[in-house]
Design a protein around this ligand. Structure first.
Ligand SMILES: Nc1ncnc2c1ncn2[C@@H]1O[C@H](COP(=O)(O)OP(=O)(O)OP(=O)(O)O)[C@@H](O)[C@H]1O
Ligand SMILES: [Mg+2]
Length: 667
């Protein structure tokens, strides 16, 4: 998985994109990212806000509807109470002459628009019905409301369910009005029944007392809610003012008896009131079974509404129906869609503007960069006169200024270098010429000097000890020998002949050198320690040249220890680099720091005049170099000096081609 990802990243990295594309792509990514988040959050906020607004409204509407509903009930209650207190009723019950009472009550019922207005005795036996004169004699104490008044002897009012029989007793017309055959409704709960015979009534009952305040009867009246659209239409009119949206009423109200629409202004597909249809199971469970209000979207008959439902309870607090108001969801969906589209449009336009702006900003950055790139290319190809002109008053301008300064400095240095190089070449040509001259002179002087040395020796030998000229001859011999030494050194240095390399044992070469010098007087108070590594590999060198290097270093060391000291000679093999190392460590007076870098220069010497030519280390350096080795020094003033000569094992034997000397010395 990770390797796949890495491979993908590698591929992405290997894609070469111009900086302009990269910049614009980065802007694009940022703009896309921000606007996506902005849109998602914005749309979400808008949706939530609009839905919340709608729910808030429908909640208020339900409160208003409830007030209207309860207002109706209170009105009935008032009528019943006032009428029950009237004298003629008391008279009628006490005298048993109901004719007069019937007329009066009938008038009240018609005037107040009640469906029933009925008189009972103090046990609930019906004395007279104004809606259906023939009926009477039955007992109404089974009615929860009447029961309550019988118990408390106080007025009571509530919504009640009235059975089909009772309705028929009150008036066969009412029974018909209340009857509903259920109409198939999608999403409604399963029911075994197919019809509703009972009715739901707003009902009030009031006790009647005689002049001694004895309870002598009950007057009850009410309005059947089934097929009575007065309340729901009043709600609709008050709250929604008959406003229509796309041919549909925007707001609707309904009264349910259990789950059946008994009073509604929700329309069915044919445009008439959807009476007899039922509420969805989901809403029913929440409102009727759980007894909680429902605020939210719900499917009502044939459309989605933002709805509010709350239970209607009877006098015993039993849930017997539902009060509903709802607003067509489509309107809010359209508002939301409009808002979202506007929002989207603004966001996309803003993103586009941001992109265009970023493109021009990128251009503003890129043009100076291109200028810089072109100028760098020009400088790289040797045109040091190239300059960049950027006036952006920012880092790019500083960069351009620095670039111009750099180009100028480069140009100056280039000129200086050229001048310096010309001077150096001229100087070294001069030096080479002088060197050549010196070599020629040395060569010419060598033979005559050799003659002077030989003949002055002969003269010295034949001169008597008492001869006063003997001292002068001795001086001639000494000075001539010194001249010859200088000339030889000069010759050696200037000739720098190619080494003749053979496979050699470096330990043996060291021993050989020591044997030359060990017996000499200056070695007498010097302790020599040898730390030669055994099994040292054979090495390809010119032994006579390397001997010269070793001798020179050893003699320098002894000269630095004229008061005595220790000289440690070591050899070892460095397997990692395949080099043989020769180390010479003395306890002499050491070298001044400022002299350290000069000691390999020809003619550099600190020795007294006549004691050193200053050519020893210069020659040694040349020899080691021609062996592809190195010679280094480490010195501490007053403590001693260490010379380290490193020679490669793998070298070239003349006439034998490339050969690797790996033979082990067996001592
Ligand atoms: N082991 C050492 N300790 C202190 N100084 C040293 C040592 N080896 C070299 N030098 C310094 O380096 C100088 C140059 O040495 P180099 O061998 O080139 O010339 P020289 O010894 O002075 O003369 P020549 O070798 O011709 O006799 C010496 O004069 C001395 O000052
Ligand atoms: Mg020397």
């Amino acid at each position: 998985m990770t390797t796949k990802l890495e491979a993908l990243l590698d591929r992405a990295r290997s894609v070469r994109l111009p900086i302009a594309t990269k910049l614009v792509l980065s802007f694009l990514l940022i703009v896309a990212f921000i606007s996506t988040i902005y849109m998602v959050v914005g749309i979400r906020l808008i949706s939530v806000r609009i839905v919340a607004e709608a729910q808030e409204k429908v909640r208020h509407d339900l409160n208003a509807a409830r007030e209207l509903y309860l207002g109706n009930l209170a009105h009935i209650n008032d009528i019943v109470r006032v009428t029950a207190d009237r004298f003629f009723l008391r008279e009628a019950i006490l005298s048993g002459n109901l004719e007069n009472a019937y007329r009066e009550l009938h008038r009240v019922r018609i005037r107040e628009g009640l469906d029933i207005l009925t008189l009972t005795d103090q046990h609930g036996n019906v004395l007279l019905r104004t809606a259906f004169f023939d009926s009477g004699g039955d007992n109404q104490s089974h009615d929860e409301l009447i029961k309550k008044v019988l118990e408390n002897e106080e007025p009571a009012a509530s919504t009640v369910i009235v059975s089909g029989e009772d309705l028929e007793r009150e008036s066969p017309l009412l029974k018909n009005k209340a009857y509903f055959e259920f109409i198939d409704t999608p999403l409604a709960r399963e029911r075994e029944e197919i019809e509703e015979t009972a009715g739901m009534m707003l009902k009030a009952a009031s006790p009647i007392f005689d002049s001694e305040n004895n309870f002598i009867g009950i007057l009850y009246g009410g309005t059947l809610l089934n097929r009575n659209v007065e309340i729901v239409d009043k709600v609709k009119e008050t709250l929604y003012e008959e406003i229509q949206y796309k041919g549909q009423d925007i707001g609707t109200a309904t009264i349910f008896q259990d789950d059946v629409r008994i009073s509604t202004n929700v329309k069915n597909n044919y445009g008439s009131r959807a009476l007899g249809t039922r509420v969805t199971e989901e809403v029913y469970d929440q409102v009727v079974i759980k007894g909680e209000p429902w605020i939210g979207r719900a499917y009502v008959v044939n459309n989605w509404y933002i709805t509010a439902y709350e239970p209607i309870r009877d006098i015993t607090d039993k849930i017997i129906g539902i009060l509903y108001v709802g607003i067509l969801e489509e309107k809010y969906l359209d508002i939301r869609q409009g808002a979202v589209l506007t929002f989207l449009g603004i966001t996309i336009a803003a993103a586009f503007v941001a992109l265009v702006v970023s493109y021009f900003m990128a251009q503003r950055i890129l043009i100076p960069i291109f200028k810089l790139v072109n100028a760098s290319k020009a400088v790289a190809s040797g045109n040091l006169d190239a300059t960049v002109d950027i006036k952006s008053n920012d880092e790019l301008e500083y960069l351009a200024d620095s670039f111009n300064q750099m180009a100028l400095a480069l140009k100056k240095r280039d000129e200086q270098l050229r001048e310096f190089a010309t001077q150096k070449i001229m100087e070294s040509e001069k030096l080479a010429l002088i060197g050549q001259l010196a070599a020629n002179v040395a060569h010419e002087l060598n033979n005559p000097l050799q003659g002077i040395v030989t003949y002055s020796h002969l003269i010295l030998e034949t001169t008597d000890n008492e001869d006063p000229s003997k001292a002068s001859v001795e001086k001639i011999v000494g000075q001539a020998t010194r001249c010859r030494d200088i000339i030889r050194g000069l010759l050696d240095f200037s000739r720098q002949r190619e080494p003749i390399k053979t496979l050699s044992n470096i330990n043996a070469v060291m021993e050989q050198c020591l044997s030359f010098v060990e017996d000499q007087a200056i070695f007498h108070n010097i302790e020599i320690t040898k730390r030669f590594e055994e099994d040292l590999p054979m090495i390809v060198i010119d032994p006579s040249q390397i001997e010269r290097v070793i001798m020179n270093i050893i003699i320098n060391a002894t000269e630095a220890m004229d008061e005595g000291g220790e000289l440690i000679l070591s050899t070892r093999y460095d397997a990692t680099t395949d080099f043989v190392e020769l180390e010479f460590k003395d306890t002499g007076h050491g070298i001044h720091e400022e002299d350290l870098e000069k000691i390999f220069d020809p003619f550099f010497t600190t020795k007294e005049v006549g004691h050193g030519t200053g050519l020893g280390l210069a020659i040694s350096y040349g020899i080691v170099k021609s062996h592809f080795g190195t010679i280094t020094v480490d010195s501490r003033l007053g403590e001693g000096t260490t010379f380290l000569v490193r020679l490669p094992l793998q070298s070239v034997i003349e006439g034998q081609g490339n050969g690797r000397a790996r033979q082990i010395i067996n001592n």
